[in-house]
Design a protein around this ligand. Structure first.
Ligand SMILES: Cc1cc2nc3c(=O)[nH]c(=O)nc-3n(C[C@H](O)[C@H](O)[C@H](O)COP(=O)(O)OP(=O)(O)OC[C@H]3O[C@@H](n4cnc5c(N)ncnc54)[C@H](O)[C@@H]3O)c2cc1C
Length: 406
C-alpha cells in the first residue's frame, strides 16, 4: 500500500469538488481531488446550465427564501465568466445571456404581482412580438413572452476551465475503504485515512463532494439514512435542426410545464427538456415519456413537425441533504470531525458551498502550505500519487441511444 498525505482530499469532481479545489489551491492549501469515473459524470454534466437568479422559484410564492438566496449568486458567476474574479472562467462558453419565460395570458392573472415586482428590478422584461425568439414565433406560440436576466452556461466548458490549472491534482480513483467507526458527528477526530485501490490517503481534512457517493459516508458517520435524499428526474431530449431556445413554459400553474435548453451537437441542436416534463417522466417508460414530452411540445409549438426528430431519455437522481423530498433551501455542509459532507444542491450555489468548505478547512488547518495566490500554482506533490488523471465526462446527449417515432 502506497501512503500519501495531503492537507485536503476532496472526493468527487462535479461542480462542487472542482470549484472548491480551485478556491483551496488559490488559498495555498495542498489539496487534491479523487474522482471515480470522469469529471462531471454525476449530475453536473446533466445540468441544464441555468444560472438561476430565483425568478422561477419566486413565481408561486412557495419558495421565497430560495428565490432571495439565489439572487446574490449569478453576479459572482458573471465576474468569474468575465475573468475578473477567481476562479476565472474566461475560457468557458455562455450558451445564452438570458432566458425566456413564455405563458398563456390566463397565467398572468395569477402571478402578475410577482412578475411586476421583478420587472421593477430589471430582472424580467415583457417582450414585444418582434423581439420573440425564433422558436416561439415560428413555432406558433400564442400568449406573452418575457426575458429573464439569467445566463445559461455550457457546463462542460466551465468544468474544463475549472480543471485546467489544477489538472495534475485531479486523480481517477474510487474510494474503496475508510475507517467508518472514526466518523461521528460532534467528535473532534473524524477520518484518519481513506483507501483508493492500492493508495492510502491521510489528510488533515476530507471533503466528500460526491453526491450519491456521500450517502455511504453520511450513514457511516452516524448522520443516519435520513440525512440524505434523492429526487429522481428523467430528462427528455429531442435532436434535429431546431432553433436555439432557453427558458420555461408556464401555463395554468407557475411551475414550468417544460424547461428547455438548447445544446449544439454536430450540425444539429439538442433541446434538453426538464421541468414538469422530466418530473412526469420518472414513472413512465422511455417511450411514454417521449410521447408525453412530444404532446406537451406540440401544444406549445404546433407548427414544428415533432415526429421527424430523434428522441432519447436520461434518468438521474438529484442527490441532496434531506429536505423532506423538496428542493433544499441552499447548499449544505455536514461536519464529522475533520470530515465534511457537502452538497451544492444547484450549480449556481457552487461558489457559496466553496465558501463553507474554505471556512471548515481553515478551522482544521489554520496554515496552508503556501501563501495565497491570485491564480493557482501547479501541483508540487511531495510524493508521486500512482493514480491516472481523471478524464472529462460526456453530456447525456453524447451517450444517448436515439430513437425516431413511428
Ligand atoms: C437534470 C438536472 C438539471 C439541472 N439543472 C440545473 C441548472 O440548470 N442550474 C443549476 O444551478 N443546477 C442544476 N441542477 C443541479 C446541479 O446539477 C447539481 O446540484 C450539481 O451538479 C451537483 O454537483 P456535485 O458536484 O455536488 O455532484 P455531481 O456532479 O453528481 O458530482 C459528484 C461526483 O462524485 C463522484 N463520486 C461519487 N462517489 C465517489 C467515490 N466513492 N469516489 C470518488 N468519486 C465519487 C461522481 O462520479 C461524480 O462525478 C440540475 C440537476 C439535474 C439532475
Amino acid at each position: 500500500m502506497v501512503k500519501v498525505h495531503r492537507q485536503v482530499v476532496i472526493i468527487g469532481a462535479g461542480i462542487a469538488g472542482l470549484w472548491t479545489l480551485r478556491r483551496l489551491v488559490a488559498a495555498g492549501y495542498d489539496a487534491i481531488l479523487l474522482e471515480q469515473e470522469a469529471i462531471g459524470s454525476g449530475q453536473t454534466l446533466g445540468a441544464q446550465g441555468i444560472l438561476h437568479g430565483g425568478v422561477k422559484y419566486g413565481l408561486d410564492g412557495s419558495n421565497r427564501d430560495i428565490a432571495a438566496r439565489l439572487r446574490s449568486l449569478p453576479p459572482i458567476w458573471l465576474e468569474c465568466l468575465a475573468g475578473t474574479r477567481e476562479p476565472s472562467l474566461s475560457a468557458a462558453r455562455t450558451l445564452s445571456p438570458c432566458q425566456h419565460l413564455w405563458a398563456a395570458d390566463s397565467w398572468l392573472a395569477k402571478v402578475g404581482a410577482t412578475v411586476g415586482a421583478r420587472a421593477m428590478q430589471g430582472e424580467v422584461r415583457k417582450l414585444d412580438k418582434t423581439e420573440w425568439p425564433e422558436a416561439l414565433t415560428k413555432g406558433g406560440h400564442k400568449g406573452s413572452v418575457y426575458e429573464l436576466a439569467e445566463t445559461v452556461i455550457d457546463v462542460k466548458s466551465v468544468l474544463a476551465a475549472l480543471a485546467a490549472p489544477v489538472k495534475d491534482r485531479i486523480f481517477l480513483g474510487k474510494i474503496t475503504g475508510f475507517q467508518a467507526s472514526s466518523l461521528q458527528p460532534g467528535t473532534a477526530d473524524g477520518l484518519a485515512s481513506i483507501e483508493c485501490g492500492d493508495v492510502q490517503f491521510t489528510s488533515d481534512v476530507f471533503l466528500f463532494m460526491a453526491a450519491t457517493g456521500n450517502e455511504e459516508a453520511a450513514q457511516s458517520a452516524g448522520f443516519g439514512p435520513a440525512a440524505t435524499q434523492r429526487r429522481p428526474l428523467k430528462q427528455v431530449m429531442v435532436r434535429g435542426k431546431l432553433p436555439p431556445l432557453y427558458g420555461h413554459c408556464v401555463t395554468a400553474t407557475p411551475k414550468p410545464v417544460v424547461t428547455i435548453t438548447a445544446h449544439p451537437m454536430d450540425d444539429e441542436t439538442v433541446w434538453y427538456l426538464g421541468g414538469g416534463v422530466a418530473e412526469d417522466a420518472v414513472n413512465l417508460s422511455d417511450e411514454d415519456a417521449i410521447l408525453n414530452a412530444m404532446n406537451k411540445l406540440r401544444a406549445i409549438f404546433p407548427e414544428i413537425p415533432w415526429k421527424q426528430f430523434a428522441w432519447a431519455c436520461w434518468k438521474v437522481d438529484r442527490s441532496e441533504p434531506n429536505a423532506a423530498s423538496r428542493l433544499p433551501d441552499g447548499p449544505a455542509l455536514l461536519e464529522a470531525g475533520n470530515t465534511a459532507l457537502a452538497w451544492p444542491t444547484k450549480l449556481v450555489y457552487a461558489p457559496a458551498l466553496a465558501d463553507l468548505a474554505l471556512e471548515f478547512t481553515a478551522r482544521h488547518v489554520p496554515t496552508p502550505t503556501s501563501p495565497a495566490q491570485t491564480s493557482p500554482a501547479p501541483a508540487s506533490p511531495a510524493e508521486t500519487i500512482p493514480l491516472p488523471g481523471a478524464p472529462m465526462g460526456k453530456f447525456p446527449w453524447e451517450t444517448a441511444i436515439w430513437q425516431t417515432l413511428k
